[in-house]
Design a binder for this molecule. Structure first.
Ligand code: RB5
Length: 144
């Protein structure tokens, strides 16, 4: 896996899964910064999605992981930022192809949709898959 710096964030719906993903990152010595929330209480996903997306758009981090109940709110907000390609993935095939074809730079997860073990497989697949470039590069340029 290339050396990465990850920005991670969640709302209350994604709080427990975020702790599991952080454990995964720590166990593999992957550098990350946690943008909250830090205690499990009702919170607004747009705030966290905004912070993480802005940091990645500025180039401060390579990739991001955003977790809410469904992953939908996080992905809607993240994709409003120029240069952000956020992919909501509920399976490993989508996770792989979101990197290989779409060069996704934020992974969104729905903690109320996927179980912990599947979510960690999705994270593992997503982080290990590189962008293929080639014909896909042209399409990414078209988005930009
Ligand atoms: C919070 O209840 C829930 O709406 C949020 O986590 C997320 O699913 C939004 O998309």
């Amino acid at each position: 896996m290339e050396k990465l710096k990850i920005a991670i964030g969640c709302d209350h719906g994604g709080f427990d899964l975020k702790q599991k993903v952080i454990d995964y990152l720590k166990a593999r010595d992957i550098e990350f910064e946690d943008f909250g929330i830090y205690i499990k209480e009702a919170s607004d996903y747009p705030e966290i999605a905004k912070q993480v997306s802005a940091e990645i758009a500025k180039g401060k981090f390579d990739k991001g992981i955003l977790i809410c109940g469904t992953g939908i709110g996080m992905s809607i907000v993240a994709n409003k930022f120029k240069g952000i390609r956020a992919a909501l993935c509920c399976d490993t095939y989508s996770a792989r192809v979101s990197r290989a074809h779409n060069n996704a730079n934020i992974l969104c997860l729905g903690a109320r949709v996927v179980g912990e073990y599947l979510a960690l497989d999705i994270v593992d697949t997503w982080l290990k898959t590189n962008f293929e470039g080639g014909r896909h590069k042209k399409r990414i340029d078209m988005i930009e």
